[in-house]
Design a binder for this molecule. Structure first.
Ligand SMILES: [Zn+2]
Ligand SMILES: [Zn+2]
Length: 240
């Protein structure tokens, strides 16, 4: 870091001392949550579905697949999320995405990095991160693609490139009120692969902020595999 940048950062810290993003008490430099609020983060711990990481209540020691994944054709190998989308995690994602609190990408990327450490991702190398795309109309409204911002930070940490190889060709209405079948229908032909030659025979990791029903990452995985990708795994900050 240059001397000038370092001086600016020091000045910034002096004028705006770091505080917990949830309750505003002071925290150390580079921290976003105080120890109390950090306790509010619900990590996803076993037992959970091997495929989609849906947590399962109860004592189960062997790997299992949830009924959701057993009943449908799933194209991604696994979808790994670090946290449940609740409390401060959900608030951070919301503030990052809709209130332009771009600095929150740092704690979100730190949680994503935890997902990369999961054995389902860490056990086998991959060639690139592929962010879930936004339609250009929505991109213009929001001015950034949250998935791409997060993928860029993961790339900085790991040295693995980001390939923006999926394009969203159809503007889909908001999915939040639809059930899974309606979501899949709504997403039909919504994505295209941009560089089929590049993804061919490659192992890819899709990146998104949150996994809700999984319809979006499922459709992205399907088009990547159809374009010749060797495998698609998914990482998200959180899971609904
Ligand atoms: Zn706090
Ligand atoms: Zn599952």
């Amino acid at each position: 870091m240059s001397i000038v940048r370092r001086a600016f950062r020091a000045l910034g810290t002096l004028c705006f001392p770091p505080h917990c993003e949830a309750c505003r008490v002071s925290v150390g430099v580079g921290e976003y949550l105080c120890p109390d609020c950090a306790l509010d983060v619900q990590r996803i711990v076993p037992p959970f579905c091997e495929r989609c990481s849906q947590p399962f209540d109860g004592a189960i020691t062997q790997t299992f697949t949830c009924s959701n994944c057993a009943e449908r054709e799933v194209h991604f190998e696994c979808a790994v999320a670090a946290c449940m989308s609740r409390g401060v995690v959900r608030d951070f994602i919301h503030a990052f995405k809709y209130n332009h609190r771009l600095h929150l990408r740092h704690p979100l990327a730190a949680w994503l990095a935890e997902a990369l450490d999961d054995r389902r991702i860490a056990a086998r190398p991959f060639d690139a991160f592929v962010p879930v795309p936004l339609h250009h109309v929505r991109f213009r409204e929001r001015e950034f693609n949250q998935a791409e911002e997060l993928a860029n930070l993961l790339s900085q940490r790991t040295g693995i490139p980001v390939w923006r190889d999926i394009r969203r060709t159809r503007y889909t209405s908001t999915q939040t009120k639809l059930d899974r079948a309606e979501r899949m229908e709504n997403l039909r032909e919504a994505f295209r692969v941009r560089h089929t030659a590049r993804v061919k025979d490659r192992h890819l990791v899709l990146v998104d902020d949150v996994f809700t029903t999984g319809s979006t990452v499922e459709e992205c995985s399907r088009v990547l595999l159809r374009a010749g990708a060797a495998s698609v795994r998914v990482v998200t900050v959180a899971r609904g």
